[in-house]
Design a protein around this ligand. Structure first.
Ligand SMILES: [Fe+2]
Ligand SMILES: [Fe+2]
Length: 470
């Protein structure tokens, strides 16, 4: 073991990386054995040896989890370590964003903490969160920072956590491991809370696009849109959660579609489409095997491309009326597909997507639900680019309570790098008194990347709110 004085910064870094990797491996063992089992104890002791060596020359070691990555001292750990990915996932699912190990930490603290990180997510939430349980267990010198400590309206945290849950669900299905149903349930509960609360998440969908893998983002969008539509038609909380889980997992069968087909930069040929169109059946089969997954999820996976008029796929010999949740998820699926950029076609502006849905899809989608869905989006869905009578351009950022004709907008301004959205968010009618003279414009035709602009504006606002909090 090197002399403490000789432990340089880089060597310290290497020890810290080795320590956290050892901890991650120990955590894997804890899911099979009790933390007091000699196998686990031995690995945790190796972690503790490294940790104590580090804490000789510094007061604490801080590990952070950012979008599935592990960072020590705010620097990401590089290299492909499956165990680290599992550790990040386990922490995300239990709401842990950062762990601080402080001088004085002992074997008991580390053992009990590892046991909590392997404990059932639902139990942890029910007991009031991991922090409370740590106090109850008498764990000292380890402190966790929780997601829930963030402002509730910060949808990016719900988003990052849900994507993480979906990623682990996907790899579970691929490798035949049981699905982390508790993690999925927790994520859906957070989304239901948000939709039932201030609903900020629904209206930030446009800013989310382009941030992560299409399939995961798409699943998250469908989940949010479906829950909101479910709320509009009066589903209760339990039903919203079932609908949310089903929507989040509706495309899980795409795991079995080769990436070459999934990401093909052009329309699919007949053979490729035949492979792609197996995903509803494959998804349903994968979900039906999971005893913890609500039955409705397998039904929605099977039915989400079967239209109300039975024009979709897979074709049934004797078509039956579709499940309510499949009808809802099917509508959200069409809207999200139309408004998302694909390798072979641009994204439609929200208002054009609404037009396409009310014209081309009116027979295929359940008419009463479609009507409610379009009313929910309002006359100016978020992300719509509008031209004012004085030729200024504005982008709709969110609806304005009970005044759908007067949504909140941001002005498009010139900036050093080209264009940006104004910091200030105003009701549309503060800028114009004549709604009839508004023109809906296509941002692509004007060479504008609205998604990037909305994303930048959301990031600037989040930064400001953090500064305010400090
Ligand atoms: Fe699908
Ligand atoms: Fe889908």
């Amino acid at each position: 073991m090197p002399d403490n004085a000789a432990v340089t910064q880089e060597a310290q870094r290497a020890v810290a990386e080795r320590a956290i990797l050892t901890f991650a491996r120990a955590l894997k063992n804890v899911s099979f054995y009790d933390p007091s089992h000699p196998v686990v104890r031995e690995v945790l002791q190796r972690f503790l040896d490294d940790l104590l060596l580090l804490l000789d020359s510094r007061p604490e070691l801080v590990i952070k989890f950012v979008s599935g990555y592990v960072a020590i001292d705010d620097r990401a750990v590089t290299g492909q370590h499956a165990a680290l990915g599992n550790l990040a996932g386990a922490c995300h699912r239990r709401g842990v964003e950062a762990i601080t190990f402080r001088r004085g930490v002992q074997a008991y603290d580390v053992e009990r903490f590892a046991a909590l990180l392997a404990a059932d997510c639902e139990m942890i939430e029910k007991e009031g969160g991991i922090g409370k349980l740590m106090v109850r267990e008498g764990i000292q010198h380890i402190v966790v920072e929780r997601f829930s400590a963030r402002p509730r309206s910060d949808w990016r945290w719900v988003h990052a956590r849900t994507i993480d849950v979906l990623r682990s669900a996907a790899s579970g299905v691929r490798t035949n491991r049981p699905l982390d149903v508790a993690g999925v349930r927790l994520s859906v509960r957070e989304i239901v809370d948000d939709v039932l609360g201030e609903r900020s998440i629904l209206f930030n969908l446009n800013s989310m696009k382009g941030m992560d893998e299409y399939t995961f983002i798409h699943a998250l969008h469908i989940c949010i849109l479906a829950i909101e539509l479910g709320r509009q038609i009066g589903l209760d909380r339990h039903q919203l959660e079932q609908l949310g889980i089903a929507s989040l997992l509706h495309d899980v069968g795409k795991i079995f579609v080769p990436l070459g087909i999934l990401r093909k930069p052009g329309p699919l040929d007949e053979e490729e489409f035949a492979v792609m169109s197996r995903h509803p059946v494959d998804g349903a089969v994968a979900l039906v095997r999971e005893p913890e997954v609500p039955e409705a999820a397998a039904v929605v996976a099977l039915e989400h491309h079967m239209h109300h008029d039975h024009s979709g796929y897979p074709r049934l010999r004797r078509p039956h009326p579709l499940h309510l949740y499949s009808l809802i998820a099917g509508i959200a699926d069409v809207y999200d597909a139309l408004t998302t950029i694909r390798p072979y076609r641009p994204a439609l502006p929200p208002l054009s997507a609404v037009e396409v849905m009310s014209n081309e899809y009116s027979g295929r989608l359940e008419p009463r639900l479609l009507h409610r869905f379009l009313a929910m989006l309002g006359p100016y869905p978020s992300g719509t680019l509008l031209g004012l009578p004085d030729e200024r351009l504005v982008v709709v950022t969110r609806p304005n309570g009970d005044a759908p004709e007067n949504p909140f907008v941001r002005r498009l301004e010139k900036s050093a790098g080209g264009k940006r959205l104004s910091r200030e968010e105003l009701p549309l009618q503060k800028l114009t008194g004549e709604p009839s003279r508004l023109t809906v414009l296509d941002p692509t035709a004007l060479g504008l990347d609205l998604i990037a602009l909305l994303h930048e504006a959301a990031a600037a606002t989040a930064l400001e709110s953090q500064v305010e909090l400090v």
